[in-house]
Write a new protein. Structure first.
Length: 449
RNA sequence: GGGUAGGUGGCAGAGCGGCGAUGCGCGGGACUGCAGAUCCCGUUUAUUGGGGUUCGAAUCCCCACCUACCCUCCA
């Protein structure tokens, strides 16, 4: 399949160097607040990407870091007057809860930065030995001028960066672009011991320490939000390739576009951050996923409520179909082959999920028609739904006590037979409030949820 | 100022040299006790602007304008 690589600015054929194994690292969150829709966008995309690779028969190892020590975490801890690790524990727990709620289940391992302090120190020591790092009164810094390729990922010219950028003022640094590998302890800050005294790791070094431990000097694919390209991923390249002397760090750099809300950039100051928690109070995770499937992952996209409402409609159609065939045995026959081909093909072209959605809609239309005519195609419909769910996670299979629902339907049926529509309508509307929809087809009724 | 990615109907969003998809929304009809779902029809000239290449351009080239992201933490 083809995938767009940020470094080469081109589509590249995805090849593995290790048979079916594919080592993948995606930048996880800094856990100092609740996840918002932008996080959902990025992590749902990578979840579907990995699910699809597995569906294809590859064996990706999906590694994600959790930044559990950082200025933001410390600030939040100070403002709440609690230890830093209470903040990181609270919001990492929240993050995992949200990931599960969104049906992002493909991560193999979450690596907490603070569990890799030894690896971090080891990397900094090696950078010092090789002359890429220097110590100052407040920390250890990476000297970007020592690394010839600095800027290659974001296609920046270091001298140009100096020219216009607002750069942090730090008298101790040789170059304003130099970034911290180790930050020496200030009063009331958490710390670990190191050859440079008590302190804590810089942000960029966490990720290379973790990936070196799991994957070594080189791995297949690195993902994250577009905003991380510079300086974060640039710094990762500088660190690991300087240490190893064996570029490249990774073969494919994959970045997701940002999400705005009702045409306004999401930001704390504007107060328009929409948390995933809030959205999931009113919408199914399947709907949220379908909404993002309808967007190209690389585009800067705009979230509008109408769009999510539309996705909810599609999610409900899929569920309606699923309920009708839930008890059927899956059959992978000709219609299954034809629809799955149409659905998979766009994914081969840089995960063009909007085009897959077209094929999914074709399937919905076909399946609805078939279900109105005959039961002959139910097995194939079931097989397609199973695959759709394993690739995209968009088929809702909520467990509801069917026996009870069926009993209620029987009661309602006799009410209708007597022409007692007041009762039958009340049952219908009450169940609807519980998320159970009833449809009448002649004398018989069908329930779904 | 520098870098990068883009500009297609009310909204979302494909197509990337040869009738401009698809979904949502909206309008109408069939069906229904009603509703929902489903089905059918419609939504009349939607490709930022201007040049160029070509028999033919949304698609390739040039110019302009506009947008987003990055150059500070950010998915």
């Amino acid at each position: 399949m083809q995938i767009f690589d940020t470094l080469s600015r081109d589509f590249k054929e995805l090849k593995t160097v290790n048979g079916k194994r594919l080592n993948v690292f995606v930048c996880g969150p800094t856990v100092y607040d609740k996840p918002h829709l932008g996080h959902a966008r990025t992590y749902i995309f990578f979840d579907i990407f990995i699910r699809y690779l597995r569906y294809k028969g590859l064996r990706p190892f999906y590694l994600m870091n959790i930044t559990d020590i950082d200025d933001k975490i410390i600030n939040r801890a100070n403002s709440e007057n609690v230890p830093y690790n209470e903040i990181s524990r609270r919001y990492s727990t929240e993050f995992f809860k949200i990931m599960k709620a969104l049906r992002n289940e493909s991560v193999n391992y979450y690596a907490f930065a603070t569990d890799f302090i030894n690896e971090i120190i080891s990397q900094i020591e090696r950078l010092m030995e090789k002359g890429y790092a220097y110590e100052t009164s407040d920390g250890v810094y990476y000297s970007v001028e020592k690394f010839q390729d600095y800027g290659k990922l974001s296609h920046q010219d270091i001298t140009q960066l100096k020219a216009g950028a607002r750069v942090e003022t730090n008298e101790n640094k040789k170059n304003p672009l130099d970034f911290a590998l180790w930050k020496k302890r200030k009063p009331n800050e958490p710390y670990w011991n190191s050859p440079w005294g008590e302190g804590r790791p810089g942000w960029h070094i966490e990720d290379t320490a973790i990936t070196e431990r799991f994957f070594g000097y080189h791995y297949d694919l690195h993902g994250g939000g577009i905003d991380l390209v510079f300086p974060h991923h640039e710094a990762e390249i500088a660190q690991m390739e300087a240490i190893s002397g064996k570029p490249p760090l990774v073969d494919y750099w994959v970045h997701t576009g940002h999400l705005s809300v009702e045409n306004v950039k999401m930001s704390k100051s504007l107060g328009n951050f929409i948390t995933v928690e809030e959205i999931l109070k009113s919408y199914w995770p399947e709907s949220v996923r379908l909404m993002f499937i309808g967007m190209n992952y690389r585009d800067t996209s705009n979230f509008i409520m109408d769009g999510l409402n539309g996705s909810q409609t599609i999610a409900e159609k899929l569920t309606w179909i699923y309920r009708r065939v839930a008890d059927t045995e899956a059959q992978e026959k000709e219609n299954y082959d034809a629809f799955m081909k149409e659905i998979k093909e766009p994914l081969e072209k840089n995960m063009n999920t909007p085009d897959s959605l077209v094929a999914i809609n074709d399937f919905i239309k076909w399946a609805s028609n078939e279900l109105n005519k005959t039961e002959g195609k139910n097995g194939e419909i079931k097989a397609i739904l199973d695959d759709l769910d394993s690739i995209f996670g968009i088929v809702r299979k909520a467990p509801i006590p069917e026996a009870i629902v069926n009993t209620i339907l029987e009661i309602r049926k006799s009410a209708r037979a007597k022409g007692d529509y007041a009762t039958s309508d009340k049952i219908r509307s009450d169940l609807s409030k519980l998320g159970i929809k009833i449809e009448d087809r002649g004398n018989e009724s069908f329930a779904w949820w």
